[in-house]
Design a protein around this ligand. Sequence first.
Ligand SMILES: [Zn+2]
Length: 107
Amino acid sequence: MGYSSIRTHPFWKRWLLDKMVIEYATDSRNSRIRIEVGTLTPIQRAKALSVIVDCTACGIPMHPIRERRDGTLYYASSCKLEDNVACARGINARTDYDDMRAVLEAR
Ligand SMILES: [Zn+2]
């Protein structure tokens, strides 16, 4: 069975929520943010990268916690841009990002 959101995944409240960090873009008039994942233990890191939830746009299972080349982790709410541009640029992904922001700011 899949998870419709990272916020319903069992790891979320157990420890992942505490590790999420909002980075605010200061050079934009829009309130654009990025959601990063802070320092994890090696085990947490492996678990975070293994999380699978449904894409907020198309519903296909995907990995919402992704790794950059430099090893940092970040949150994504939809399919990778190279997999499906419509998902990443769509309203659902944006809405989910806003929801994430609200949850993280309310901590
Ligand atoms: Zn998608």
